[in-house]
Structures are given as structure tokens and as C-alpha cells.
Design a protein around this ligand. Structure first.
Ligand code: CTP
Ligand SMILES: C[C@](O)(CO)[C@H](O)COP(=O)(O)O
Length: 254
């Protein structure tokens, strides 16, 4: 059995139902020319299918809403139909928007009323382990309105004055204390009403959903992320993702 189909430890039935929204409408400009990023293959299977399986591997997730490229919903529906996915999970596909934020909002708009917990997970993080998904859900069930998985940084970070011309030297303004910094991943988990309020209230462009909840003044907490939940952003990330999949195959003995 491969890692992405391993059943999770979270209890299947509780009063709080969990849905996952997977924004997959980005172009993948930093990855270079080609199909929209989520539709590109990792070891022969579209990145999006890996991501959908990773979220559906949690027994707590009973609905996955995929936010497709604006004109790509029929293609994404066909892809979901063509790949084996757990029977216990329902799937919806909606067209996305111009920004990640807009795509997430369109996914939230499509959620049926009977879901109290919402995960938002980048299709571009196809290899997140189910234990990370379950840890995020558990923290929301325990009462946190917003939960983000994150890792300590390996590099020292500098705040700079960004160069007007790319490649020019940039003056350093400060060196934040690394021990207090975390690199944030997905799935991020939310009390649904809090996330909907954030998307209704925040008008500035924010790069992650938890950042929008922070702007409401609500409590956001971090749980441990996972190295394999990295985001496929640049070409080297594709090499790493395929290496992780190859290692999982070896570990699973096929
Ligand atoms: N209009 C958009 C832009 C992004 N995303 C999704 O948001 C996630 C994180 O975005 P990122 O990795 O930045 O993807 P892209 O926007 O595709 O990448 P790039 O900035 O290189 O074009 C991805 O799953 C992407 O598909 C989305 O649903 N709708
Ligand atoms: C949501 C996110 O993946 C958390 O790290 C990230 O903020 C997405 O940013 P991007 O600019 O869309 O890559």
C-alpha cells in the first residue's frame, strides 16, 4: 500500500464534519512553460491527483472541493473519474479565479452547509503525509479557529530593501531571530465560519489563508509540518518530488 493511500488514525465520525478545498487553478509560472502546474505529472500521475489522494487519505475528510483552472473544470472532472479515489469521499470541481485567494473563496462558496471544519490545501503540495493532515484537523477539533503546519527554518533570513532592478545588490535592513520564525505549509485548517468571515472581510492580497484570519485578530496556531509537504514551485522541486515518490515505493516494497 502506498503512503498516499494509508488510512489515517483520526476517528471517522464526529459531530464536526471536515471538507478540504484544494486550490489548483494556478499556472505554475515559476515551474516554466507547460500545462497548468496541478495537471503536470509526477511519476506519471497528475500532481493534483497526488494531492487529492493525500487529503482523502484522512478518514476525517468526507468532501474534497477541487478548484480547477478557470477553463479546466471539465478536464479536472475527467481526471478525477479516471483515477482510483476512496469511495468514502465525495468530490466537487469548481472553476478558479485570478489569484489563489479568489480561487479559495470560490471553493468555499461551493461547500454544502453541513461542514464545520475546512482545510485549504495547495495542489502544489502533493506529498503531504496523512499524519500532518490529521494533526491539523485534530487541533481545529480541539478548539483552535485556525491551524497551520509549519517547520523551523534551515537558512538564516535577512530583511532587505528589494532591488528596483532584479539582480542588483539589496541593502540588508535586519536579521530576524531565526528561532522565532516558521516556514508555513498546507493544509491549513479552520473553523469554517472564521475562514468564511476572513474571506468576506479581508480585501488586501494575502498569500495564505491563516494570514487573513490573523487580520481578523483571531488566534492562529502552528503545529509541526513535514519536510515532504514542500511546495512544488521551481523545476528542482519536481526532481525532489519524484525522488520522494521513488523512496516511498521502495519502502512499500513494490
Ligand atoms: N489563481 C490561482 C493561483 C494559484 N492557485 C493555487 O494555489 C496553490 C499555491 O500557489 P503556487 O504554488 O504559487 O502556484 P501557482 O500560482 O500556480 O505558481 P506560480 O506563482 O509559479 O505561477 C497552487 O496549488 C495553485 O494551483 C489557484 O488555485 N488559483
Ligand atoms: C499557502 C502557502 O503555500 C503557504 O506557504 C503559500 O503562502 C502560497 O504562496 P504562493 O505565493 O502562492 O506560492
Amino acid at each position: 500500500m502506498s503512503d498516499d493511500s494509508r488510512p489515517s488514525r483520526t476517528e471517522p465520525r464526529t459531530a464536526l464534519r471536515t471538507a478540504a478545498v484544494i486550490p489548483a487553478a494556478g499556472r505554475g509560472v515559476r515551474l516554466g512553460p507547460g500545462a497548468p502546474k496541478a495537471l503536470r505529472a509526477l511519476n506519471g500521475t497528475p500532481m493534483l491527483i497526488h494531492a487529492v489522494r493525500a487529503l482523502a487519505a484522512s478518514r476525517a475528510v468526507s468532501l474534497v472541493v477541487v478548484v480547477a483552472p478557470p477553463d479546466g473544470a471539465p478536464e479536472v472532472k475527467s481526471l478525477l473519474d479516471a483515477h482510483a479515489l476512496p469511495d468514502r469521499t465525495d468530490f466537487l470541481v469548481v472553476p478558479g479565479g485570478e489569484s489563489r485567494q479568489e480561487s479559495v473563496r470560490l471553493g468555499l462558496d461551493a461547500l454544502p452547509p453541513d461542514y464545520d471544519i475546512v482545510l485549504v490545501h495547495d495542489a502544489a503540495r502533493p506529498l503531504v503525509p496523512v499524519d500532518t493532515v490529521d494533526a491539523v484537523i485534530q487541533a481545529v477539533r480541539d478548539g483552535a479557529p485556525a491551524v497551520v503546519p509549519a517547520l523551523p527554518l534551515a537558512d538564516t533570513v535577512k530583511e532587505v530593501e528589494p532591488a528596483a532592478v532584479p539582480g542588483d545588490p539589496e541593502p540588508v535592513l535586519a536579521t530576524p531571530e531565526r528561532a522565532r520564525l516558521r516556514a508555513v505549509q498546507t493544509p491549513q485548517g479552520f473553523d469554517r465560519r472564521t475562514l468564511v468571515r476572513a474571506h468576506e472581510t479581508v480585501t488586501s492580497n494575502v498569500t495564505d489563508d491563516a494570514g487573513m484570519v490573523e487580520q481578523l485578530g483571531e488566534r492562529v496556531v502552528v503545529v509541526p509540518g513535514h519536510e515532504e509537504a514542500f511546495k512544488v514551485t521551481r523545476p528542482l522541486d519536481l526532481v525532489l518530488a519524484e525522488a520522494v515518490l521513488a523512496r516511498r515505493r521502495l519502502n512499500d516494497g513494490f
